[in-house]
Design a protein around this ligand. Sequence first.
Ligand code: KOT
Length: 798
Amino acid sequence: MAFNVQEFKKEYTKKFEELFAYGYDEGSTTERFIALGDLVRGLYTEEWKSTVEDYIADQSKQVYYFSMEFLPGRMLKSNLLNLGILDCVREGMQELGLDFDEVARGEVDPALGNGGLGRLASCFMDSIASTGLAGHGNGIRYRYGLFQQKFVNGYQIELPENWLRNRNVWEVRKENKAVIVRFGGQVNLAADEDGKMTVRYENTRNILAVPYDTAQVGYKNGVINNLRLWSAEIPYGEEANFSTVEERDDVMRITEVLYPDDSNYEGRLLRVKQEYFFSSAGIQSIIRYFKKLKLDWNQFPEKTAIHINDTHPTLAIPELMRILLDEEGLGWDQAWEITKKTISYTNHTILQEAMERWPEGMIAELLPRIYQIIAEINRRHIEKKIPIYGNELAYRTAIIDQGQIKMANLAIIGSHSVNGVAQLHTDILMAETLHDFFVMYPQKFNNKTNGITQRRWVQIANEALTDLLDDTIGAEWKKNPLEIRLLKAFREDEEVLEALETVKLKNKQRFADYVLKTMGIEIDPTAIFDVQIKRMHAYKRQLLNVMHILDRYLQLKDDPSLDFPKRVFIFGAKAAPSYYYAKEIIKLINAIADLINNDSTIGDKIKIVFVENYGVSLAELIIPAADISEQISLAGKEASGTSNMKLMSNGAITMATLDGANVEIRDNVGDENIFVFGLKSEEVQSYYRNGNYHAYDIYEKNPRVKRVLNMLVDGSIPGIEQEGRDIFDSLVKFNDEYFLLKDFDSYIAAQYSADRIYADRGKWNRMALMNIANSGPFSSDYTIRRYADEIWKIKPKS
Ligand code: KOT
């Protein structure tokens, strides 16, 4: 994009005054950001428009990524970087006497997702545009994002996240593209004039779905795709059918708030309303577009791919069927072939508590026609499969079972592709969780290991590392992330290794400044920064990390002269508000932070920092500062993980169980550049199968484990009472579901080897370098290319 500093300054000054009727020098940070964002949006509208026009002219096949969650993070720098004008704007702002980074922080970070699943969707949106693919997002414009987390006396409290309080400069409301989504009512068959039977919906409650579009700017390639988020409103004109205030409130509630559960499903009516609302709106707008092309319906899958991000948008399947059957008059078989060829599905978890199931009666009442279609899909599935696989297998794969609708079953049966998000995860799906379906449809199953966009997670978050890379290996890695492997050539180069250490130190200092300013805790940037950032969940085992901290504390209390290198344990985690146990662990971590941070005999040897309100923006600050990346979930439980990839790309060394994508990280970096410990997935499976795990025996026989656990209940940690008891019981009395006790010794041993190696700066820096150099394959650009080639069958714009 041609643009110079002088022009920018002129345009910015003008834009600011246009918007606020006074000069930027008088403006607040928020206003300064709004003016800049507004200006930047104006810069790409032309290309946004022409991208759409090209897609129409070329009749390109397009993919629509349906996701209940998107976690884009602040968009200013990312848009500027991708437009190729980041440096120019930074310079211009500086010349205007404004602090660019501060202005950038004036943007609210839209928290329209919970964690990995939503962030993956946003990395994918960036990679789809940046690899020149025609693809768009479809989701919900929540009025309130994921709650803001505060700690009060060490307890998590949740505050509403009113992210739209200032205007959202990136979105464009498109009222003329609104559609009607219908709920409730009755389905009637009626004959038209020619005696043809048509399906009529009566007494439905009609809701207006209004799209808000946000540009997804590709990296220096002129491609600008669309993220379409739907907002529920009261219809006007002939569709208006609400009378009472309660009915109106009901409508607004649909897109009011994001459900705050991660890897756990909420079986509430409102949740399924949200799911149908955005699935239906998305399908309707895709159909509307397709009809403009004036093609045959059989060409629909040649022009359209629809991907569903986990089962949340699965109602897109019966919704597409409904429109093809009832509105477009296709027969069942033709509609079904089109639907299956169009839809593909990603599974993100094997945790049973996360598998969506809806009561049959609830769906029948809320979505009577959709229910009929699901029942018919189910009936035909069983009828077709019995003769081939027998009754038992056919019924085990039924969509409707014991009064419940199983969304994963519908997603698999109604799609042509089912993928897991790391090789181990896909293997477990095929061999265990979805084995029955794998027997029926082996060709549908495939793996697509997750990835991350290094544009946000390296170029934007870690400018110092970006400069170092450019200076050592050139800038090709930015277009072609595999090229980062060129860094390997410098693994014995002391100058580069030292420069890498300096970069890390700078990022650690930046984070230390933040911690001092916001929490009043002083941390030493030369200490090991040991980072665990992810949702608080028992299977992710933050508690194992805590056990290590307590053990280290006890060792130091016994012998203050032990020469452990200094460590700062950094946590960032939100707990679902209703997840009581996770909240108890938050309280426990805050309590041990109070105890240890204020123990003068420990001093700098251990510090604990639990940041409030962890999210994308904080991740951008923490990840570049990390030395150790804690990826310690129980093997077989974490589908993939993506913070593991972000941290390695920034030179942190992984403390890993062989779970999710950690396995592939190990394969890429080699055993000598990662700390691996703990049970393997098959070992865990075998314990579960045989029921021969006895946590109590370990507690009794392992004195270090016993001492650590006793601290939870003997009053040594001020401020916790019931929490300590509950956590102790979960481990000792209720047999430690996630095998923390079993993995404790090997975890401690791995932590000790990290201590030893950290003391050898040259060796540590080399390991860090090798992690960065081997992070290229985890770029979401490659992940997306594989989705495009193997599932969506779409080609990049030439
Ligand atoms: C949430 C509700 C239902 C089903 C699945 C989820 C879910 C899974 N939410 N987040 N995930 C995570 O997705 C990431 C992206 O694939 C994975 O890296 C991570 O392991 C999952 O836990």
